[in-house]
Design a protein around this ligand. Structure first.
Ligand SMILES: Nc1ncnc2c1ncn2[C@@H]1O[C@H](COP(=O)(O)OP(=O)(O)OP(=O)(O)O)[C@@H](O)[C@H]1O
Length: 308
């Protein structure tokens, strides 16, 4: 049986007094798409850079396609694709020139012109890297990571800074890669990205694994509980609102002005919440009742919003 795409056991990485990764275990199946989610500073980039062989672990073991990313780097490099956070290229190099240069390092590259077209970069092919927009630079970096037909790609926030249209193109491409059996490990702050693309989501916080599972499995726990969300002036007394509701309901202000009421939501509960807000002289805006999503799972587990 072939080895897992990535297998991490007891990984620890410190920078001075900061513990960036604190005993992480993670297993990613071949041919799957895994999204690593976590707040700023959770240790995502450090973990990915260790898998790529750019950093050495302090303790623990990491195997990528069954190989050690540092001691087996010569045999591993041609088999993986890497898109670092923020991308990067020589400032004066033209987009197509850059991609062809990277393609020339590979034994059996994809056609660079085709890849530029798929990523909506045809019209920018002669533009120097430094004059590409941020989103175009990101897409070119992604093309560079993919042009060598890797078995496994590491993408650190691949769609950060892209407009919705470009993001859609990248999502389509990632979906197609997965259908072709390519393994994809990406980091993201976008719940929608994780929810719509990933087979498996790993939530990390403080360098530790907080939860792992398919998005549907993570959101299915406590699925019977709906959530009522609304926005209003920041700083409302949530204890007072909770005491106006039947016992067992929780009320939280997740970020200033964003409120969540957890428990079984029925018409009476909605009416109590809006009436209570009216008594405070505030309007409950953007009232929404629905099942919890990955964003709420994340908030519950880490106590933090994804985008700090
Ligand atoms: N080279 C370094 N030197 C010192 N500290 C570092 C270094 N790289 C990372 N860190 C620290 O390690 C911790 C984890 O950082 P890391 O970049 O892995 O987090 P992240 O989850 O990728 O965050 P973000 O979402 O902001 O990119 C942070 O506290 C960071 O400041």
């Amino acid at each position: 049986m072939s080895a897992a795409a990535v297998e991490i056991t007891g990984l620890v990485k410190r920078f001075g007094s900061t513990t960036a990764v604190d005993g992480l275990d993670l297993k990613m199946a071949r041919g799957s798409l895994l999204a690593l989610l976590g707040p700023n500073g959770a240790g995502k980039t450090t973990t990915v850079e260790i898998c790529e062989g750019f950093l050495r672990p302090d303790t623990g073991t990491v195997r990528v396609l069954g190989l050690d990313p540092v001691s087996d780097s010569a045999s591993l490099r041609p088999r993986i694709g890497v898109m670092p956070q923020g991308g990067g290229a020589y400032p004066g190099v033209r987009a197509e020139e850059m991609l062809r240069l990277v393609a020339s390092c590979s034994a059996n590259p994809l056609d660079p012109a085709w890849l530029l077209d798929v990523l909506g970069l045809q019209s920018a092919r002669r533009t120097p890297f430094k004059r590409l927009s941020g989103g175009q630079q990101q897409r070119l970096s992604l093309a560079c990571a993919l042009v060598g037909r890797p078995e496994l790609v590491f993408l650190d926030e691949p769609t950060a800074g892209m407009d919705p249209q470009a993001r859609r193109l990248v999502w389509e491409l990632l979906g197609a890669l997965r259908s072709d059996g390519v393994s994809v490990l990406l980091t993201t702050h976008l719940m929608e990205e994780a929810e719509s693309l990933a087979d498996d989501v790993v939530i990390v916080d403080g360098g530790r694994l907080v939860a792992q599972g398919a998005p549907s499995a993570l959101t299915a726990e406590h699925a019977e509980d709906a959530q009522l969300r609304f926005r209003a002036r920041a700083g409302l007394n949530t204890d007072l609102l909770a005491s106006a509701l039947p016992e067992g309901y929780l009320v939280r202000e997740s970020t200033p002005g964003a409120y969540r009421v957890c428990g079984v939501v029925d018409p009476q509960v909605v009416s109590t919440v809006t009436a209570w807000c009216a008594q405070q002289g505030v309007l409950a805006e953007e009232l929404h009742v629905g099942r919890r999503d990955l964003e709420e799972v994340f908030l519950e587990l880490t106590g933090k919003e994804l985008r700090a």
